[in-house]
Every structure is written in structure tokens, then in C-alpha cells.
Ligand binder design. Structure first.
Ligand code: FAQ
Length: 311
């Protein structure tokens, strides 16, 4: 069987492609693009919440937030490792991120202005991430699909901690309830943008669905997220900031208002409220960590030499 046929058969039979399997160049570059963008999102995504670690209101909240941000670093590591199995070089991916040649999720270019944002990020941003990522556990590329299983388990803890934090604030003072509502007002629409452009404008969806990398389109997942969030907002006692949001009995889904795609384009092209700050911070952290990478490489070299002379 030709290599190409083998590739197509693997996909047709819903089996996984593994690092040693032959894949077309376009499949490889799509996977590297998507995994790298996801890895960068996890690492840049540490910044908005990291902003609140030193100002968490209690030891318990601080411990939870520290653990969550640390998990995000872990997700970045699994994902960079998955990209390496496709032949990508991690240093090169980081270089592409800090020079603006590779994207990360639009959501992390918005500021975290109050502690309620920590709860809302858990509820809405991790909620949207789970909605998008659970189907990716069945993605056709084995190392990515397997990384996604563990990531989704951790994200589901993240989402619950956010919701529990918001529940606590909603049971608190009038001022705390107002903080939660104000935060929901800022994060709702950017969370819907996380799913990517509408299907009609999505350049990669059709091919990625054919290769079973993506299992649902951007609009399908966005709809699923809206339907999931409405009863959660009711239980919490907050209003989602969309006057057009209502149940459509015929479609058996919620209708919702028009997303501001001009804002999405601005944010994705580097002009969101925090893009410059996020990338500058990532670059500074990378530069300041150079000595650690050099030390680790020197240690590995010495170990190899020692093993060599012992042999
Ligand atoms: N932001 O043709 P499509 C997280 C780009 S992790 C920026 O629809 P595709 C965990 C897209 O790359 C969040 N760019 O593309 C966490 C493409 O650009 P290109 C990240 C976006 O790949 C929580 C162009 O637009 N999750 O949140 C965005 O088929 C809390 C055309 O788009 C993942 O990466 C966007 N929102 O579908 C961490 C999941 N949307 O390369 C910390 C894996 C689209 O042609 C705290 N990725 N673009 O120049 C995916 O599922 C897909 O890649 C999509 C985009 C759905 C994001």
C-alpha cells in the first residue's frame, strides 16, 4: 500500500496517526500550527491570572490560583512535546511567538481588572476551552489527542474552581455581586471569540474536519458553549450581556447576538488591549531564563561525557 493510502486508511478507520507514520506535509504543518498556538496560549494564559497571585484575598484562594497557573505551565509543556514529535523545534516555536509570527488565543489579550476575573476566567474561559478541547481527545494525531485527555481533566477542575469562587462572591455583599456582573459583562463576548471565526470565514476548518483533526466546526462548538452557559448563568444569578439571547424552540438552541468580528480581527492581529504587554513579558521571561537552559545543557553534556568515559 502506498504511504498516502495508508494515511487515508488510518483516518477513515478512526485510528491514530503516530510520530513514525508518514503524513502529508500539509497535515504536519497544520498540526504544528495548531499545537504550537495551543501551547503558546497556555503559557501566555498564565499571565492574566498570575497578575492576582500576590493579591489573592486568602491563603486558600492563593493556593488554588497557584496550582491552576502551574497546571497551565504543565499543559504548555505537554503540548510543546507533542509538537516536537512532528519535528518542530521548541526554541524555534518560542522565537516565532515572541516575534509575532505565531498566534496564541485572542482571549489572553484582555486585562484582569478585579479578583472576580479569576472566577470568570475559570467559569467562562476554561469552560470554552473544555468545550473546544473535549472533542480534540479524539483528534487523529495520537500525541495531541492523548495530551488533551489529561489537559481536559485538569481544565474541568479549573472550571469548577472558577464557578465555586463566583458562587461564593454571589452569596457575599452587594458590592461583590456587582463585581461578578461587571466581570461577566467584560468576558462574555471575548469568550465566544475563542472558538475562532465564523465557519464561513474559517480557512482551516474544512480540511481539518476531513483529516479528523477537528471534530466540530467553530460555530457548532460556540453554540454548544452558549447553550451550556445560559443555565449556569441563571444558577449563579448573573445576566449574560446580550439582549438578543433567547431560547429558540424550533432550533432547540439559544439564539444570540452578533459577535464584534472587527474587534476579534484587531486582537488577533496584535492590537488588542494587552498584546504588546503579554509578548514583552514572555520575551523578558525567556531571556532571563537563558542561563537555566545553558546550565541544563552543560549538565547534560557532562553526564554524556561521564557515561562515555565510564564505557
Ligand atoms: N485567537 O481557520 P480557523 C486555553 C486563527 S487554551 C487567535 O478557524 P483553526 C486554556 C487561526 O489560528 C486556548 N487566533 O483556524 C487556558 C487561524 O490563523 P492562521 C487555545 C485565532 O485552527 C484557560 C485563523 O484565525 N485553545 O484557553 C483564534 O481551524 C485559562 C483562521 O481560523 C486552542 O488552541 C483565536 N481565538 O481553528 C489557559 C485549542 N481563532 O494560523 C489559561 C486548539 C482562530 O491561519 C487560562 N485549537 N484563530 O494564521 C483549535 O481548536 C483551533 O485552532 C481553533 C481555530 C478553534 C482555535
Amino acid at each position: 500500500m502506498s504511504l498516502e493510502l495508508q494515511f487515508e486508511e488510518t483516518i477513515a478507520h478512526d485510528q491514530r496517526l503516530e510520530p513514525r507514520d508518514w503524513v502529508p506535509d500539509a497535515y504536519r504543518s497544520t498540526m504544528v500550527r495548531m499545537i504550537a498556538q495551543h501551547a503558546h496560549s497556555e503559557i501566555i494564559g498564565m499571565q492574566p491570572e498570575g497578575n492576582w497571585i500576590t493579591r489573592a484575598p486568602s491563603l486558600r484562594r492563593k493556593a488554588i490560583l497557584l496550582a491552576k497557573v502551574q497546571d497551565e505551565a504543565g499543559h504548555g509543556l505537554y503540548l510543546y512535546s507533542a509538537a516536537e514529535t512532528l519535528g518542530a523545534d521548541r526554541a524555534e516555536l518560542t522565537e516565532k511567538l515572541v516575534t509575532g509570527r505565531q498566534k496564541y488565543s485572542s482571549i489572553f489579550n484582555y486585562p484582569t481588572l478585579t479578583f472576580a476575573d479569576v472566577g470568570v476566567i475559570g467559569w467562562l474561559v476554561d469552560g470554552a476551552a473544555i468545550c473546544n478541547q473535549v472533542p480534540l481527545c479524539r483528534s487523529s494525531y495520537g500525541p495531541y489527542a492523548r495530551a488533551m485527555i489529561r489537559i481536559c481533566k485538569e481544565e474541568s477542575f479549573h472550571q469548577r474552581q472558577g464557578y465555586e469562587l463566583l458562587m461564593t462572591m454571589m452569596r457575599g455583599t452587594e458590592q461583590q455581586r456587582a463585581m461578578v456582573q461587571e466581570s461577566v459583562d467584560r468576558w462574555w463576548w471575548p469568550s465566544l471569540m475563542m472558538f475562532g471565526p465564523p465557519d464561513a470565514d474559517s480557512s482551516h476548518t474544512a480540511q481539518s474536519m476531513e483529516w479528523k483533526i477537528k471534530r466540530h466546526t467553530n460555530d457548532e462548538l460556540r453554540q454548544r458553549f452558549v447553550d451550556m452557559s445560559v443555565p449556569q448563568a441563571d444558577a449563579l444569578g448573573v445576566t449574560l450581556p446580550d439582549p438578543d439571547l433567547r431560547w429558540n424552540a424550533e432550533r432547540e438552541h439559544h439564539d444570540f447576538g452578533e459577535i464584534d468580528w472587527a474587534e476579534f480581527k484587531q486582537v488577533v492581529s496584535g492590537n488588542g488591549p494587552c498584546n504588546a504587554q503579554r509578548v514583552a513579558h514572555r520575551k523578558a521571561a525567556h531571556d532571563e531564563g537563558a542561563w537555566v537552559r545553558e546550565a541544563a545543557a552543560a549538565h547534560a553534556r557532562k553526564n554524556d561525557e561521564r557515561r562515555g568515559s565510564a564505557a
